[in-house]
Design a protein. Structure first.
Ligand code: FES
Ligand code: FES
Lengths: 175, 765
């Protein structure tokens, strides 16, 4: 749905932080976060695969935890921190993005933004090398119709290894 | 630098991971004032529209109008094969069929308005399921047939004989990006269609027909798709047509995007097939005669059902010689969405029939299915039932023996048997199956492709070709070919979105043929340009044309590489000398023809081969099962792009597993689809894939006569998943007394419920 052109009755002003930027935007009570992101704020990186919490394509991070934007009302993010795939291009997720490139983990790419957000949450949570099993569990809510998952799981494990190596390297000169 | 054959990630890899890769619906905010359309769907499988009352809809704020047949300036029908798909029908032929579309300022308003449209229906009797269609003699087309020898007397004379019926379920494509289109008029009055379509030309043709315009007035662009799998070959056309009609009557941009429920309930799927087979064989399990009658559930309209039925017949032999046979198929008309293309295009259903026969023959003779399959393999000089000599039949043995060895089949057979002897309620199964899949469109004239390559005077290159990108990596392969032919860097070649105003009259990106056809066309264009540039360079460097090498964005004399010039410099020089720097390329597959009346000919340019070994485990209490390990050896010729090809093989195998073991489309007695979302329609998740998954490409596999010796890869590996079904059957059999000489019945899809039933049946006998 398009952003309401003015604040109609039943609409309200919503303030939250999106990818590090503080925003105030008009939203209706029943608008989902996904609709607000895609059609209200033109952040179309987050995808819509089912509209009903079944595919994971719309996964975003809310205060660092993965949530489904299609099942989250926009008003629920008042005062909170939302991160989408557009934020991952920042430096800290470079290892993850590089690993996805190297393993060719995106085929059609439509599931990729959601997969990346779930993976990012896993890596940020564990901050160590993750196992295939952990990656499978973390991504069990993200459906992919193209890859057969192998390359995605390999990429996530690989990224966790690279992150640990990088962390070790930055620690070494200090010791 | 050589690009062809290298492990390169997807052309849009960076865009995918940064969220910058745009899909059709992502463009909507670029069209200010865009209107949204939402369907009014039939709640009945078959019913006549007696009246439509839109007064409540009209009261919805933001409502613009209800689109109906009166708004269509041209022909209100989008049928691709036959005009049997009215865009705004007054007779609904399946539950979920859109009959009118509400147009509104927002999607929410359109949706609300659509639910407020009151339709008065007269419910009519419906034909549901292929058996009912046979009963009712409800046909979409005439019977098609391939025959060899006198099958009746061959069956009579066979040492052994068995017959069976197999019902194979359908499958929803479940591309993650649902159907979407956006139509606008540009400043020149041109109708511009942005569509998530595998077939931009056909979408253009149908939109032009609906609008009553010459094709030159309509441009269709397919930026990229979030998956297609055949489900956007014809099914994108009505979506684009509705948007086009809306844009025509309102002079505003119109967007149509189906949500998942509407997509599943209104678009076509893989055809369910019923097979009735009568098989004669000898003591060794060698087939003597096969009589197969197939019935395809075509749904309400013709669409692609006839070519799909042909492909089912073409693959009923799989890798086996059918000495005497009668293979027939009939397209049945039923009251469900018109079933359509899906990866394999009927081939998987045909192949499943003969694999079922192999297992039944083996069990009837108390032989191993493995040895019965081996006994029937094609060898040099053999011909298919339609009279085509099997090219490279020795590759069946190569992939077969290769994967038997790499999977340690023999040792694991013993392990599985030992496990089963020691476990009463949990059983394992192991199976190997082959794939032989014919490559080419079986309709000869589709086997052509075009390309347009532009070199700018700074040496940068734009590449256009007729194929669409849906995740298979076609654009990547085309860039590799262009960069290598021109001797420029990969980054110098910019791949342009697929548009009908760049390359006209293209075929669908389908039949796994995208890289073969478009790759050859791209190479043709690049070779023309290179020849022109070589003339200029030869004069400049004082060498003969054939002494030159084009590599790494540099042109040099092969014998003295210091005599060189940069590609950009050369392009500038050529421009100043008035040398044309753009070229079209064209390709048509040689020697393709098929006589449908006779059931004979050369429908394929070559065959792709593969074999897979799968091991499964079943819980006898619940029927739950999983794949412990899968080993694949697949023939892709000399791979253009091994990383992409492995991805295609893995993805196809898992999708095939979904079809055969998880994905079940359920309708109630009134034809209403119950599985309308991913919570009830279960596609494989990360947890469902084989716990140990080993994929290898057949080495030394050059395919002469195909671009860079490669082979098509999109569809063939899907059928490797038949090994999972056969492994399940092997495990089910272990719940009973063996050998029993009896068949092991297993429904398709072999869902946990079906497996549980199969286990109960075998324990009970
Ligand atoms: S769109 Fe949110 S889970 Fe599918
Ligand atoms: S890459 Fe297409 S759905 Fe995952």
């Amino acid at each position: 749905m398009n952003e309401p052109r003015e604040t109609p009755p039943g609409a309200r002003l919503l303030s939250f932080r999106l990818n590090g930027e503080d925003l105030s935007v008009a939203t209706a009570d029943h608008q989902t976060l996904l609709e607000l992101l895609r059609y209200g704020l033109d952040r179309v990186g987050t995808k819509q695969g089912c509209d009903s919490g079944e595919c994971g394509a719309c996964t975003v991070l809310l205060d660092g935890r993965p949530v489904l934007a299609c099942l989250t009302l926009a008003v629920q993010v008042e005062g909170r921190d939302v991160r989408t795939v557009e934020a991952l291009a920042e430096r800290e997720a470079a290892a993850l993005l590089d690993a996805f490139d190297r393993h060719d983990a995106a085929q059609c790419g439509f599931c990729t933004p959601g997969v990346l957000m779930s993976a990012e949450a896993l890596l940020m949570d564990k901050r160590r090398v993750v196992s295939q099993g952990e990656a499978r569990a973390a991504l069990s809510g993200n459906l992919c119709r193209c890859t057969g998952y192998t390359k995605i799981l390999d990429a996530v494990v690989d990224a966790s290894e690279k992150l640990v190596e990088a962390a070790d390297r930055t620690r070494e000169p200090a010791s | 630098m050589k690009y062809v054959g290298q492990d390169l990630p997807h052309e849009s890899a960076r865009l995918h991971v940064t969220g910058e890769a745009l899909y059709t619906d992502d463009l909507v905010t670029r069209f200010p004032g865009c209107l949204h359309a939402w369907p009014v769907q039939s709640p009945h499988a078959h019913a006549r529209v007696l009246g439509v009352d839109a007064s409540a809809a009209e009261a919805t704020p933001g409502f613009v109008r209800l689109l109906d047949a009166g708004d269509v300036p041209g022909e209100g029908d989008t049928g691709a094969a036959r005009k049997d798909e009215p865009l705004f029908p007054n007779e609904a032929c399946y539950e979920g069929q859109p009959v009118r579309w509400a147009l509104a300022e927002t999607e929410e308003a359109a949706r609300l308005a659509a639910t407020r449209v009151v339709v008065e229906w007269e419910v009519l009797p419906a034909v549901l399921g292929v058996r009912a269609a046979i009963e009712a003699e409800s046909y979409l087309a005439d019977e098609i047939a391939i025959r060899r020898g006198d099958v009746a007397s061959a069956l009579e004379g066979a040492p052994h004989r068995l017959s069976f019926e197999l019902l194979v379920g359908g499958q929803e494509q479940l591309y993650l990006e649902t159907q979407a289109a956006l139509v606008d008029h540009d400043e020149n009055g041109q109708v511009v269609v942005h569509s998530s379509t595998q077939n931009p030309t056909e979408t253009q043709v149908i939109v032009a027909r609906v609008l009553g315009l010459p094709r030159s007035r309509v441009t269709c662009q397919s930026l990229r798709m979030g998956g297609g799998f055949g489900g956007k070959e014809t099914q994108a056309n009505p979506i684009a047509s509705v948007a086009a009609v809306g844009a025509h009557v309102t002079h505003r941009p119109v967007r149509v995007r189906l949500d998942r429920q509407r997509d599943i309930s209104s678009t076509g799927k893989r055809h369910p097939f019923l097979g009735r087979l009568d098989v004669g064989f000898d003591d060794a399990g060698k087939l003597v005669a096969v009589d197969a009658k197939l019935f395809a559930d075509g749904g309400y309209s013709l669409d692609l059902t006839v070519p799909i039925a042909w492909r089912a017949l073409f693959h009923l032999d799989n890798a086996y010689l059918l000495p005497s046979c009668s293979l027939t198929a009939r397209a049945m008309r039923t009251n469900v969405p018109s079933n359509t293309a899906f990866r394999g295009f009927g081939g998987p259903q045909g192949m499943l029939m003969i694999e079922e026969a192999m297992d039944r023959v083996a069990r009837a003779l108390d032989r191993s299915p493995l040895e019965v399959r081996e006994a029937n393999f094609y060898v040099e000089g053999d011909k298919t039932p339609y009279g085509l000599e099997v090219r490279h039949p020795e590759r069946i043995r190569r992939v077969w023996d290769g994967v038997l060895e790499s999977s340690e089949y023999e040792a694991r057979r013993a392990e599985v048997d030992a496990f089963n002897a020691a476990h009463e309620h949990t059983k394992r199964g192991l199976a190997i199956t082959p794939v032989k899949f014919g490559i080419s469109f079986t309709t000869a004239f589709f086997n052509q492709a075009g390309a347009l390559v532009l070199i700018y005077a700074d040496g940068s290159v734009q590449l256009n070709h007729g194929g669409t990108e849906m995740g298979q990596g076609l654009h990547t392969k085309m860039r590799q070919i262009a960069a290598q032919e021109l001797g420029v860097l990969l980054d110098d070649v910019r791949l342009m979105p697929t548009r009908t105003d760049k390359v006209p009259n293209t075929s669908a990106t389908a039949a796994s043929s995208g890289a073969d056809l478009n790759g050859a066309a791209v190479r043709d264009a690049c070779q023309k340009l290179r020849a022109r540039l070589a003339e200029v360079a030869a004069a400049e460097l004082g060498a003969a044309v054939d002494e030159l090498s084009f590599e790494d964005a540099c042109v040099f004399v092969a014998s003295s590489p210091t005599r060189s010039m940069a590609f950009g410099e050369l392009a500038q020089k050529a421009y100043l000398e008035r040398v044309q720097l753009s070229a079209t390329g064209y390709y048509k597959t040689p020697e393709i023809s098929f006589d449908e009346a006779a059931g004979r000919g050369r429908p394929f340019h070559y065959f792709a081969y593969g074999a897979a070994v799968s091991e499964v485990e079943i819980d006898g209490f619940t029927g739950q099962h999983f794949v412990r390990r899968a080993d694949i050896l697949h023939d892709v010729g000399d791979s253009l792009s091994p990383l992409l090809d492995r991805g295609q093989i893995e993805g196809a195998f898992v999708q095939g597993m979904g079809w055969l073991t998880r994905e079940e489309l359920r309708r109630d007695a009134k034809g209403r689809l119950g599985t309308r979302g991913l919570s009830t329609y279960k596609i494989p998740g990360a947890d469902d894939m084989p716990k140990d998954f080993r994929v290898a490409l057949l080495p030394r596999a050059t395919e002469p006569g195909v671009v860079h010796g490669s082979k098509a890869v999109g569809e063939p590996p899907l059928m490797l998943a038949i090994s999972v079904r056969e492994a399940l059957r092997d495990a089910v059999a272990a719940f009973g007394d063996q050998p029993s000489g009896e068949a092991v019945e297993l429904a398709t899809p072999a869902t946990p419920e079906a497996v549980w039933r199969a286990c109960r049946a075998i324990q009970g006998r």
